[in-house]
Ligand binder design. Structure first.
Ligand SMILES: [Ca+2]
Length: 271
């Protein structure tokens, strides 16, 4: 026969509920980043004055080619009211459209790198090159890529992939455990990368998909590019969207496109 709740049990259950509801993994949106945060919410962020303490993003970070116009629509953007569109002109070759951020020689070690993309249903990856570089880290020694490596036979699909060393051989690449997926679902998707020496981790939509200690992420980052950097040809006029470009010493989080309900902890007991 089930015993009625006494006061202590009731208080315990309330405390557990409050704790679970406040857990960061329930957050749909990215939380604050302590080094860099570009949510495009004000003119300063849209113009590139995006760092803290005037240290970062002092140089213009706008793309090699056109970025924009900026979108002002809270029902569409991932955070706040504003996000960035990247307009690709059909037929363009090597359309490099990045938020090109001066990181002022920030060390790789101990940093989380985050951004969100949205590809509308009409979007198609470029032709002639499967690698659509979504994040690039430039350092005096090398450049590293996070790519949406697309399917040459289906330009709606791609696999999140990371070049962990010098990007010259297949062994330099690691792939998200979720494998190839449809990218053109018109939903926001987040990528968060943690770099520290040999350790590289990548969360896609809040799920840890790459977790390797075979990386070589030492030294400093002079430039960090977010958006697209590619060698192929754009098939036709099209647009994709970016929001919440962030760098932090703490996990940023976010669980697009839908927040999963938490799994009930099995070890908790009400005493
Ligand atoms: Ca925003």
């Amino acid at each position: 026969m089930r015993k009625p709740l006494n006061n202590r049990r009731a208080i315990g259950l309330v405390l557990i509920a409050v704790t679970v509801l406040n857990m960061p993994f329930l957050s749909q949106k990215a939380i604050a980043a302590d080094i860099l945060s570009i949510g495009f919410e004000n003119a300063s962020e849209r113009q590139g004055n995006c760092g803290t303490g005037g240290v970062f993003c002092a140089a213009p970070y706008v793309a090699v080619r056109q970025v924009g116009p900026y979108i002002n629509d809270a029902s569409f953007c991932r955070s706040g009211s504003w996000c960035s569109s990247h307009v690709l002109a059909g037929g363009l070759f090597q359309a490099n459209m990045d938020h090109d951020i001066n990181m002022n020689s920030l060390p790789y070690e101990g940093h989380y790198w985050h951004a969100a993309w949205r590809f509308p249903s009409t979007f198609r990856f470029q032709t002639g090159d499967i690698d659509w570089k979504a994040m690039l880290w430039e350092s005096p020694q090398y450049r590293l890529y996070f790519n949406f490596r697309n399917n040459p036979n289906d330009k709606t699909r791609a696999t999140p992939a990371f070049c962990i060393r010098n990007c010259q051989t297949a062994a330099d690449w690691v792939y998200g455990s979720g494998g190839e997926r449809v990218m053109t679902d018109d939903k926001w998707h987040t990528v968060e990368v943690y770099t520290s020496g040999s350790l590289l981790q990548m969360w896609y939509d809040g799920v840890l998909e790459i977790n390797t200690t075979a990386a070589n992420l030492t030294g400093v980052v002079t430039e960090w590019k977010v958006g697209t950097y590619q060698n192929g040809t754009i098939p036709f006029n099209e647009t994709f969207y970016v929001d919440d470009i962030q760098v932090s010493t703490q996990r940023i989080g976010g669980s697009d496109p839908t927040s999963s309900p938490p799994t009930e902890p099995s070890s908790l007991q009400v005493r």
